[in-house]
Design a protein around this ligand. Structure first.
Ligand SMILES: *Cc1c(COP(=O)(O)O)cnc(C)c1O
Length: 331
């Protein structure tokens, strides 16, 4: 038995696992989808699983203010705002935008949920978001409150337990469904989701293939980042584990035009899944990752994967930002 830290309970768990019938038929393999987009409404998506551990740690440390960061349409920031409001905590979101942002999508929800939003430029975000959050923490602490910093995506040692636990949930569901998934496939944006699944797969001696599809940066970047996160999580557990970063399987090639930018084939694929499965993917993460699974399967790169579980990590509110002329959603 591996004893993981305690968490608060906010997410609707376990999340359902459903068959994607049309896609399974077309690709001649069994493709299932785990609906982590159903973890809640305001907290929809993968981040709440991680926040259940990060926020527990914050409360245990006597903190009453959560500070975190992300893009202007960050799902993670919105989920943090929702958890904070639910628990009577304050939240301060450091969000990246080079323009005065429109109040739509996730950012609209941040405002409704009562977060204090501080906008920084993409250069500031890249070079000094951690220092900026530290200085906000000092400011908060000096006013008699106590702040807790959650890094981008809650992708650190503690947050990762959310997906360690999700892996255990999947093992339970396999028993109930009398099925066994040989492969789990997830989008990778800051690495914590992948890290939790990877570590649980190793420590629980399960032999699944865990495949990540990166939606920004590249495979090398994430192999390093995920190794660091896994090491942090092991340190919290007080366990040692020999693993090589080459065991971390990231399929590169689906970033497309860049983070949160779409290509026509990605939009067409999102429409295809909407129309044939009745499932809405988001353009930033799940649309790209499931498109990656589809394309790799068509190119015969996933022939040994017969029973694949795709995790729908959420992102629905990203669809409700103003796209203007940016991408064509009309038929
Ligand atoms: C953050 C996010 C991801 C990526 O998860 P990481 O743990 O950051 O790699 C995937 N999908 C959605 C919808 C997200 O918001």
């Amino acid at each position: 038995m591996i004893k993981i830290p305690n968490s608060i309970s906010i997410a609707n768990l376990p999340t359902r696992i459903e068959n994607l019938k049309g896609l399974s038929e077309e690709l001649q393999k069994n493709i299932f989808i785990k609906r982590d987009d159903f973890t809640g409404c305001e907290v929809s998506g993968n981040k709440v699983r991680k926040l259940e551990y990060s926020v527990k740690d914050a409360i245990d440390k006597g903190c009453n203010t959560l500070i975190t960061c992300g893009g202007i349409q960050s799902n993670h920031a919105r989920a943090t705002a929702a958890v904070a409001a639910r628990l009577g905590l304050k939240s301060i979101l450091v969000l990246r935008s080079n323009e005065t942002p429109k109040i739509d999508g996730n950012y609209l929800l941040d405002e409704i949920l009562g977060s204090e939003v501080r906008i920084i430029t993409s250069d500031q975000y890249r070079d000094s978001r951690e220092e900026i959050m530290e200085s906000i923490k000092k400011e908060v602490d000096s006013q008699g409150d106590k702040a807790y910093i959650i890094p981008e995506g809650a992708s650190n040692g503690i947050g990762t337990f959310g997906y360690f636990n999700c892996f255990k949930e999947i093992l339970e569901q396999e028993k109930l469904m009398n099925k066994s998934f040989d492969t789990i496939l997830v989008p990778v944006g800051s690495g914590g989701t992948y890290a939790g699944l990877f570590l649980a797969n190793k420590l629980l001696n399960s032999k699944k293939r865990i495949i990540g599809i990166n939606v920004c940066d590249d495979a090398e970047f994430f192999k390093n980042k995920i190794s660091e996160i896994v090491q942090e999580t092991l340190d919290i557990l007080g366990k040692k584990l020999d693993f090589s970063k080459d065991e971390i399987e990231i399929i590169d090639g689906y970033v497309g035009r860049g983070y949160s930018l779409s290509r026509k084939e990605e939009i067409d694929f999102i429409k295809k899944i909407g129309r044939t499965e009745g499932v809405i993917l988001d353009p930033v993460y799940t649309g790209k990752a499931l498109y990656g699974l589809y394309n790799e399967s068509k190119n015969k790169n996933l022939d040994t994967c017969k029973n694949i579980l795709f995790i729908h990590t959420g992102g629905i509110f990203g669809l409700f930002k103003d796209y203007e002329e940016d991408i064509q959603w009309k038929i």
